[in-house]
Design a protein around this ligand. Structure first.
Ligand code: BGC
Length: 252
């Protein structure tokens, strides 16, 4: 079978994987999940991913594997580390996983992967101009697309507002940590999205992350110039995006 790839989404708490039909973005298998090993060290994570991949060992054709990760990923090297061990910084992560999995591997930032899924199969299909995908979770991940083409590693969750890294104020984790109501959280989100509007004049915002399921509780509270819509691929966005991009890269 062609036109399929395995997608893997590595996070600070869990690692999820599924087989993806890369023409439609539909999952062809159950989503399987293991806990992220304590400390999230490179060696332990690569072992955990190899075990996950074992579930797909009946695929004899060595399907490509797409992996997304909560870090800046430049040409296969992880350059930062959010909620994972600092040993990832400067590591040839693509090489590490290719050795551990004995398959062709492509690795990218988790928000870039989620955004790629939305642009290809979800809320951002066919979008023109500048689209900014934001994932609201433990942190704020961002992905930029111009005329549907990814500009990787934007890291706009860390924009400083009033001298504070604003991911610590406006992520979903910050809402929970500070015990905010949706109205209070929306006030912070509004500030955040207005700052992005001021700096980048986007044409569209797409909001992902698990909480985007409840978008009707906070998106209507925002007052922005730019259209803002919820993501469609949600929890599987990273898996779908990572798998689809790997398929494109290894096909061409
Ligand atoms: C990281 C990003 C990541 C985002 C979502 C941020 O803290 O800097 O690389 O995309 O969290 O996981």
């Amino acid at each position: 079978m062609r036109n399929h790839s395995i997608g893997i989404d590595i996070g600070g708490t869990g690692i999820k994987a599924a087989l993806v039909d890369t023409r439609s973005g539909v999952l062809l298998s159950e989503r399987i999940r293991v806990e992220t090993p304590e400390g999230a060290e490179p060696g332990d994570i690569s072992l955990a991913v190899a075990e996950l991949i074992d579930n797909f060992k009946d695929l004899k054709d060595q399907s490509a594997v797409g992996i997304c990760f909560p870090a800046v990923v430049q040409h296969g090297f992880t350059r930062s580390a959010a909620n994972v061990s600092a040993d990832w910084i400067g590591l040839d992560a693509e090489g590490l996983f290719a050795d551990a999995l004995k398959r062709r591997v492509h690795i990218l930032n988790d928000a870039d992967a989620a955004g790629f899924a939305e642009i290809k199969f979800g809320a951002g299909r066919g979008s023109k101009g500048l689209t900014i995908m934001t994932t609201l979770g433990t942190g704020i991940g961002t992905a930029l697309f111009y005329d549907s083409r990814l500009i990787p590693n934007s890291e706009l969750g860390h924009i400083e507002i009033d001298g504070v890294d604003y991911e610590t104020m406006a992520s979903f984790a910050a809402m929970e940590k500070d015990g905010l109501s949706f109205q209070e959280w929306a006030t912070r989100l509004n500030r955040y999205y207005q700052e992005l509007e001021k700096l980048l004049s986007p044409d569209l915002f797409i909001v992902g992350g698990g909480i985007s399921k409840k978008h009707e509780l906070f998106l209507p509270l925002l007052d922005l110039k730019t259209k803002i819509i919820p993501a469609e691929t949600r929890n599987s966005a990273g898996i779908i995006g990572a798998a689809s991009l790997a398929a494109e890269i290894f096909r061409g």
